[in-house]
Write a protein that binds this ligand. Structure first.
Ligand SMILES: C[S@@+](CC[C@H](N)C(=O)[O-])C[C@H]1O[C@@H](n2cnc3c(N)ncnc32)[C@H](O)[C@@H]1O
Length: 299
């Protein structure tokens, strides 16, 4: 994540984003989100796109169109970014968890879609496209099935529970943010096999040993990382306890420190220490989301 908003840095960031978009490696919406992260400002992102000297093509046109049509959502994202707690500042895991719970409660009030995925640009339609791409990955990795009990750590507004309810036996979601759980309950109100609850953020204590076939975390593990030392390790131990033998543990983004080698080394060590085989190691399989994915299996 580039946070330097200087003109040269922004031009360089836009050049790289256009290259990746033109190569088909990222969607135009993801490129707009990355430009927002580079500029921290919807107005500066728009200025950078307008000033781009390239001949117009489908990527540049689409990025300009998306920013124009989702101007309000992008302004909300700018406000969200300005409110992010300082990850390094928490005195304890309890304080860190409380800070992030407060942040996500407030983020939801600004924009439900942007609060769980900045690449939605605040749009439910763009969010649904990204969710469908991730759901296809879950199908390709054979993670779903009518007899499976699945648990999401950090379920947010329940978009995956809504998407997966018809493809699994039971879909459970937990989150530290009471507002997120209220939104998820409302989204999944008609789905009898979806179970949602506020959690402590410290462990998976409400779940008995050997009861889940899949545990997954989509963009929530980085907040465990930020909230306090030991939380990530604890959740690996808890996932090993709660999963049935042969169950799957899937992590979409491990940290936001921007060091893929360090993330791979940490996940590899934790997998070994907690009895998981590593089936996918920090791969980037999607166009609409540029995070890294790990697929672990309980031995
Ligand atoms: C970026 S959102 C992603 C939500 C959801 N996974 C999705 O992709 O739609 C991260 C979520 O993780 C939750 N979260 C952060 N720390 C957590 C923790 N220690 N335990 C459970 N949930 C946590 C936040 O409240 C927030 O809802």
């Amino acid at each position: 994540m580039t946070q330097n908003g200087s003109g040269t840095a922004v031009k360089l960031a836009l050049r790289q984003l256009l290259d990746r978009c033109r190569a088909g490696e990222m969607s135009p919406a993801l490129a707009v989100m990355s430009l927002l992260l580079a500029t921290r400002s919807a107005a500066r992102a728009a200025m950078a796109l307008e000033a781009c000297p390239d001949a117009p093509d489908s990527c540049l046109d689409e990025m300009r169109r998306l920013l124009r049509e989702h101007r309000d959502g992008c302004a909300r994202i700018e406000a969200l970014l300005a409110q992010e707690p300082d990850g390094a500042g928490a005195a304890s895991a309890t304080e860190g968890i409380a800070r992030w719970a407060g942040f996500f409660d407030a983020a939801l009030a600004r924009s439900p879609a942007a609060s769980v995925a900045l690449y939605s640009l605040g749009s439910e339609a763009l969010l649904a496209e990204a969710t469908a791409e991730m759901a296809a990955l879950f199908e390709a990795w054979d993670l779903l099935g009518p007899d499976r009990r699945i648990l999401q750590i950090g379920c947010g507004i329940g978009r995956f529970e809504a998407a997966f309810a018809g493809r699994v036996g039971e879909a459970h979601g937990i989150d530290i943010s009471p507002a997120m759980i209220a939104a998820a309950r409302s989204r999944c109100a008609a789905l009898a096999n979806v179970h949602l609850s506020v959690c402590s953020g410290r462990d998976l204590a409400p779940f008995a040993a050997d009861t889940m076939d899949l545990i997954y975390a989509v963009d929530s593990m980085p907040y465990l990382h930020l909230a306090g030392p030991g939380l990530v390790e604890r959740h690996f131990a808890e996932a090993a306890r709660v999963l049935r033998p042969g169950g799957d543990f899937v992590i979409l983004n491990f940290s936001y420190r921007g060091d893929a080698a360090a993330d791979r080394a940490d996940v590899g060590r934790l997998a070994r220490e907690h009895g998981f085989a590593l089936l996918a190691d920090g791969v980037q399989p999607l166009r609409r989301w540029d995070g890294r994915a790990w697929h672990l299996r309980a031995l």
